[in-house]
Design a protein around this ligand. Structure first.
Ligand code: CAA
Length: 393
């Protein structure tokens, strides 16, 4: 079988976050509920000057060379925070990044599962077209609303992945189990910017889908939990992944090892919050960057979950050597360390402003944003994007 996997990956989020001590104080909650009960320490706050297109462009810009761009013939943009009801975010991205036009470029939506659909499509595509490369994006802004139970699980950002037959981070094994069902646990009607969620039900469905897909995977491929060195989960909040992991620990003969790998995999999500479709892949980056024990050749299990609902469990082998892992670690650690913390009123203003950022024609320059790509506003119902602060005509 052709070797297919992730050659490069990058993460981008905004330059602002709110700490969970600050949010808990403002919501009259015990900070330990947020930090231990939910498992979040900080939450990225996405200003009106960023949308999923710019988040994805800023992430991708960190890794793509001119030679990569020449080889990319498929661009799959996984998001549930799309910027248009018709046009795919990948079209804007293609232009911002200067990608070639002889490419399939489209958007995939299934809540937090979109990027996994892209990854699986890329595996099939690259098996047939081994000389090409595929860009897969998972980018979202998770919004539940101010003073809601889901508020503590907000966040946002983008993970950009270059898949090819020359993987340098992980190689996929082509083994996968999936399950889908029409379920109302979390959804977002066309007229809303914030999710509608049946929170406790959604956590039960997540566990149920994990059990179904992992059981099926074990039967299909004659494997057990002991065939995996680590697991990376979709992390709507980090305690959710821990709850799923705990369901399989009784069968493990390496409980401490799996728990310590989970600590490594949740580090970045605890500081960023939910990325929806990018979340599983941020967990993967966090695991690769922060694990002290993962070795080249170790098998990882990945669980993707998109409410509504689609679950998929699949496996990969680690390829990243120490140098590749340090590159990822430095990249994400530096980005997170540069962010500014917000007070609750500052966060609330930024959040509220972003809700209406694209509803009418306007110039979007209320806030300085030093990212290379920013959202410049809307003119004649057309979105405007900026590169280094200059509108791209
Ligand atoms: N110290 C330590 N722990 C505390 C505490 C304290 N002082 N107070 C409460 N806790 C613990 C609780 O015991 C509970 O732990 P367990 O879950 O282990 O029992 C935890 O903190 C949360 O407490 P509650 O259940 O009372 O919290 P809540 O009712 O306010 O809501 C939530 C929690 C349902 C996750 C809510 O934040 C929510 O709706 N979030 C959005 C939905 C979501 O993320 N669902 C996940 C699955 S769906 C999915 O994965 C797709 C997606 O991305 C959305």
């Amino acid at each position: 079988m052709t070797k297919v996997g992730i050659e490069k990956m990058a993460f981008f989020t905004s330059g602002y976050y709110i700490g969970m001590d600050e949010l808990a104080k403002s919501r009259q909650e015990d900070p330990n509920k947020y930090k231990i009960g939910i498992g979040q320490m900080q939450q990225s706050v996405i200003p009106a000057s960023q949308d999923v297109v710019t988040l994805a462009a800023n992430a991708s810009d960190r890794i793509l060379t001119a030679a990569d761009k020449e080889k990319i013939t498929m661009v799959v943009f996984g998001t549930e925070t799309g910027v248009d009801n018709s046009k795919a975010a990948s079209m804007y991205l293609q232009e911002l990044l200067g990608l070639r036009k002889e490419a399939r470029a489209f958007e995939v939506k299934q809540a937090c599962y979109g990027a996994t659909a892209g990854v699986q499509m890329a595996i099939d595509y690259l098996t047939l077209h081994p000389d090409e490369k595929v860009l897969v994006i998972g980018a979202d802004i998770a919004r539940y609303g101010l003073q809601t139970a889901g508020e503590v699980t907000q966040g946002g950002g983008a993970v950009s992945m270059l898949l090819s037959t020359n993987p340098k981070i992980v190689e996929f094994e082509g083994k996968s189990s999936f399950h889908s069902e029409n379920i109302m646990d979390f959804w977002r009607p066309l007229y809303k910017k914030e999710a509608v969620v049946d929170g406790h039900y959604s956590t039960n469905v997540y566990i149920d889908f994990f059990s179904k897909t992992f059981d099926d995977f074990q039967t299909k491929y004659s494997m057990t939990v002991n065939d995996f060195k680590a697991f990376a989960f979709h992390l709507p909040y980090t305690k959710m992944g821990l709850k799923a992991l705990k369901t399989i620990l009784p069968e493990s003969n390496n409980v401490d090892g799996l728990l310590s790998e989970f600590e490594a995999s949740k580090k970045y999500s605890a500081e960023v919050g939910n990325l929806y479709t990018g979340s599983l892949y941020l967990s993967l980056m966090s695991l690769i960057a922060n694990s002290k024990t993962l070795q080249v050749g170790d098998r990882i299990g990945l669980f993707s979950y998109g409410s509504g609902a689609q679950g998929e469990f699949f496996s990969a082998k680690v390829i990243a050597d120490d140098e590749a892992r340090t590159v990822i670690k430095n990249q994400v650690d530096e980005l997170l360390a540069k962010r500014d913390s917000l007070t609750t009123p500052e966060y609330e203003n930024m959040y509220t402003e972003s809700l209406t950022a694209d509803s009418n024609d306007h110039q979007n320059d209320s806030l300085p944003d030093t990212a290379k790509f920013t959202f410049g506003g809307v003119k004649n119902d057309k979105r405007l994007y900026k590169r280094f602060g200059e509108i791209i005509e």
